[in-house]
Write a protein that binds this ligand. Structure first.
Ligand code: ADP
Ligand code: MG
Length: 403
């Protein structure tokens, strides 16, 4: 753990009342299906945001973020002005009327969403540190949101069901920060369980923990590549899924068909020729990925980790060839990993066009894997990958200082 307690003492010359730990996450399977009502299989990881906090007498939130060498403060009363802050013209303001630093929009957004839900949000002094790399796709942002939500829950005298708390954090990110994202990240950070992945049905929000076999590590490899087109391509893929759905409604004579997740692989094979070939490739990824993710959860429960890994490899091929969201660097990382002894499966994760791969690796070989993958990636691309060996971890929790 980072020294968040020391950071709090340095900033506020007093000990914190408590510390919250809220983890990042990685998705093992179920990519680009959340917006098609599909199934996802994330795990919370043993990298987390840490928040040391105590209640403040005034309705002001004072923050120290030593990772960014920054501090900020905002008034809770400033937050109620707007219905949809990300869409509005008003700048988000700090406690003395200057523009609020962007990193502080995450906690401000959480306070905004909680207050709009009618929940008591108290003034706070807080120090924030994190071992989740920022902007790498491990959802450092959700970890920050969930840490603050848990702190305000603890101090506010109310308690929400985990998925409702996750939804309010998601609303903070969508509507206050202005980043469109699904519920998976906040869900995983709240509901994570050590040694388990979490199978979430994105329509019903039913979920179950799925045990990961002992002796496997989740390894995340960051290609170091970020491409601007990822956002517009993401929107294009979403639109193509809607076009496919409309086409299948017609071809299947089923106007009530709700989402691609409701189409079986057999039905899809029968009716896909009615679709534009490009749209059909996009939809094939979604339909098969839904089937893969549900099958994969069963394989994990049965301890069949090699078969599970084979589905991760299939997922990568599908994202590369059908959904076309991979790139040279991600292909190099996934293909190199799949050749390394002890690697069960490797695939790109996240929106694509850069970012990370997720790998399932025998824990005993994880350090060798890290070294071999790093070398192979550098040879193939001339680039340096950042590689993190992780374990599936528990969701957010309040800890006592010094504990
Ligand atoms: P990701 O969630 O993939 O890591 P995002 O761009 O969604 O990337 O979120 C990263 C942002 O979250 C950072 O730019 C910062 O605003 C905020 N954040 C994450 N970690 C910290 C931290 N330790 N201290 C302050 N802000 C943080
Ligand atoms: Mg994020």
């Amino acid at each position: 753990m980072t020294d968040v307690e020391g950071a709090f003492r340095a900033a506020f010359q007093a000990p914190p009342e408590f510390i919250v730990r809220a983890p990042g996450r990685v998705n093992l399977l179920g990519e680009h299906v959340d917006y098609n009502d599909g199934w996802v299989l994330p795990a919370a990881i043993d990298r987390a945001a840490y928040l040391a906090a105590r209640a403040a007498p005034e309705p002001v939130v004072s923050l120290a973020a030593p990772d960014l060498e920054a501090s900020a403060a905002f008034r809770l009363s400033e937050l109620d002005a707007e219905d949809d802050p990300a869409a509005g013209a008003n700048p988000r303001l700090d406690a003395i009327g200057r523009p609020l630093a962007r990193w502080a929009w995450y906690p401000a957004g959480v306070a905004w969403a909680l207050r709009r839900h009618g929940l008591r949000v108290v003034g706070l002094e807080a120090a924030l540190t994190s071992t989740v790399p920022r902007g790498a796709g491990l959802s450092s942002s959700a970890a920050v949101e969930v840490a603050f939500a848990a702190a305000w829950q603890r101090l506010g005298g109310w308690e929400l069901p985990p998925l409702e708390l996750a939804r309010l954090c998601q609303r903070a990110e969508n509507r206050y920060v202005g980043v469109a994202s699904g519920l998976m990240d906040q869900f995983a950070s709240i509901c994570g369980r050590a040694g388990h992945a979490l199978l979430l049905d994105c329509r019903t929000l039913d979920w179950q923990p799925v045990p990961l076999p002992a002796g496997v590590s989740i390894v995340v490899a960051d290609s170091g590549v970020r491409r601007e087109i990822a956002r517009s391509e993401y929107n294009t893929r979403r639109a193509q899924c809607q076009v496919a759905l409309a086409g299948l409604r017609q071809a299947m004579g089923n106007p009530g068909l709700r989402a691609l997740r409701d189409v079986s692989v057999e039905d899809f094979n029968r009716y896909a020729p009615a679709l534009d070939p490009l749209v059909a490739r996009r939809a094939r990824h979604v339909v098969e990925e839904c089937a893969r993710t549900r099958a994969a959860a069963g394989l994990l429960r049965a301890g069949r980790v090699a078969d599970f890994g084979a589905l991760m490899n299939e997922c990568h091929a599908s994202l590369r060839d059908m959904y076309e969201v991979s790139c040279l660097e991600l292909d190099a990382l996934a293909e190199a990993a799949q050749r390394i002894e002890g690697c069960f499966g490797a695939r790109l994760t996240g929106a694509g066009f850069g970012g990370c791969t997720v790998n399932l690796v025998a824990a005993a070989t994880a350090e060798d894997f890290r070294r071999d993958l790093s070398r192979a990636y550098q040879e193939a691309t001339g680039r340096q990958a950042a590689i993190w060996v992780c374990q599936a971890a528990d969701g957010a929790a309040v800890l006592q200082p010094g504990g």
